[in-house]
Design a protein. Structure first.
Length: 238
């Protein structure tokens, strides 16, 4: 594919699929221009809307501290393998490497996500991004800043953000923050909060995203249950 065709692919993606489509279109154009290597557009599955959003925001989080390292790409690859398997990972990493070369218009990307992806899927997306940020064992301040901006721009409120953050960045009150309650909450308030959070984060809420995201949805749900069990044990609740 010629240099002109690369830009045409990006322009068509932008027109037909918003800023995310433009970024993905340019990445696909760059891969094709390079001979496609091991990527086969006619045979390999392209990302759906959610997967495309994840790839673009993943790049934004990786670029948060203005440093791109080979070790970071390896963390992402291993994370994708655990979540999606080797074949999907191979496809996504080719796209991600091209997306990382592009500037990410975060405000426009988040606006597209806010208006085209349902609230449960947006929470799932942020949970995945926290997992990626924590892949090296640490979520630094620059990453937190970008994740906060993503949450705010995609319509995720502060309580939900703090709940998800405390699944990865733990402190003494994390179990309460995960359930979005105060440490002074009564037993009845704790039980009510757990029922509410269990319903909000139940894996069935995002089953429409496909089986490749099932493992992450179950992990998120497990953390809600673990937080509740920890509080019950500390309080001696039945």
């Amino acid at each position: 594919m010629s240099q002109w065709n690369k830009w045409i692919a990006g322009a068509l993606g932008w027109a037909m699929g918003g800023p995310i489509g433009g970024i993905l279109g340019f990445a696909l154009g760059a891969i094709s221009e390079d001979g496609g290597k091991s990527y086969r557009p006619g045979k390999d599955a392209l990302p759906n809307d959610f997967s495309a959003a994840l790839l673009v925001l993943c790049a934004a989080v990786m670029k948060a501290d203005n440093r791109l390292m080979k070790t970071e790409l390896e963390f992402i690859r291993q994370f994708f393998v655990r979540q999606f398997g080797a074949e999907i990972t191979r496809q996504r990493m080719l796209l991600l490497r091209e997306i990382l070369k592009q500037p990410i218009p975060l405000a426009e990307v988040c606006e597209q996500i806010k208006h085209n992806i349902d609230s449960s899927s947006r929470l799932q997306l942020l949970h995945l991004l926290f997992g990626i940020a924590a892949a090296d064992g640490n979520v630094n301040e620059d990453e937190i800043k970008v994740l906060k901006e993503i949450a705010w721009r995609t319509g995720i409120n502060e309580r939900d953000f703090m709940s998800l953050q405390n699944m990865f960045v733990r402190d003494t009150d994390s179990a309460y923050k995960i359930l979005e309650i105060e440490k002074s909450s009564s037993e009845e308030e704790i039980k009510k909060a757990y029922r509410k959070m269990a319903m909000k984060y139940h894996p069935d809420k995002v089953q429409h995203l496909g089986s490749e995201y099932e493992k992450n949805a179950q992990e998120k749900f497990r953390k809600i249950n673990e937080a509740y069990e920890q509080i019950k044990k500390e309080r001696g609740m039945i």
